[in-house]
Design a protein around this ligand. Structure first.
Ligand code: CA
Ligand code: CA
Length: 231
């Protein structure tokens, strides 16, 4: 009787190991914590940032900046034990670290997910910095339109959006629709960029006039898998 019970226990342990639930005490079960040893830091996400297929820990720490806005330090502790960090200036004054995270999602075409950090908020406009892993560092991902600031917008007379598609290779479509003269129709600029050799390459720029509100409002904010559909 005793022998049978002992055999059962061993079998159960092997099954647990095989599914990865080995419990505490094994290297595999140790979850990295980006905030360990950093007071005021809060873990805001667990996702693969460096692209090795294993989940890394992402933490934010908020401190007061020189201009009255806050500084957000993004800290990443990778599954392979590397610590990375970078600091982002914001014009916001919220002290809650979670406030500054817009999302963590695959945005560019390189392995590993990007971290979208909120840097400014207008009446209906949102500004972001997108962080990505490159060669052992956290760096700023350039937007497909131009520059390093990502902007979304949504109001009755404006819609700015990013749409990520992969059906014909990775493409990011930036749409900016504005009803400048408030006459009820929009001018819509559409920029299509593909991911080539580590950066966005513009494929086309199209400008359309007298676009209906229905068409203009169809895309606003982040139309990116893994990101919620808001600004
Ligand atoms: Ca990883
Ligand atoms: Ca990526």
């Amino acid at each position: 009787m005793k022998h049978i019970r002992s055999t059962t226990t061993v079998a159960a342990s092997v099954a647990l190991l095989a599914t990865g639930f080995a419990g505490a005490g094994t290297a595999q079960a140790a979850t990295p914590n980006a905030c360990a040893g950093t007071p005021g830091c809060k873990v805001v996400s667990t996702a693969d940032i460096d692209g090795d297929g294993r989940a890394d820990s992402v933490g934010f720490r908020v401190t007061t900046g020189a201009d009255g806005g806050m500084k957000v330090t993004t800290r990443v502790f990778t599954a392979r034990g590397k610590r990375l960090w970078t600091t982002t200036q914001t014009s916001r004054v919220d002290r809650n670290p979670s406030y500054y995270l817009r999302g963590v999602a695959a945005i560019d075409g390189a392995r590993g997910r990007e971290i979208v950090v909120k840097t400014d908020v207008g009446a209906h406009t949102m500004y972001y910095r997108v962080l990505t892993y490159r060669n052992g560092k956290l760096v700023t991902l350039q937007s497909p339109k131009a520059g390093y600031r990502w902007i979304t917008d949504g109001s009755i007379w404006s819609d700015f959006s990013y749409q990520r598609t992969t059906s014909t290779g990775l493409k990011m479509t930036t749409r900016e629709s504005i009803d400048e003269d408030r006459d009820g129709d929009f001018t819509q600029a559409t920029y299509v960029s593909a991911w080539r050799n580590g950066s966005w390459k513009r494929l086309s720029t199209t400008k359309r006039y007298n676009v209906s509100p229905k068409v203009a409002h169809k895309y606003r904010g982040w139309v990116v898998p893994g990101m919620t559909r808001e600004l």
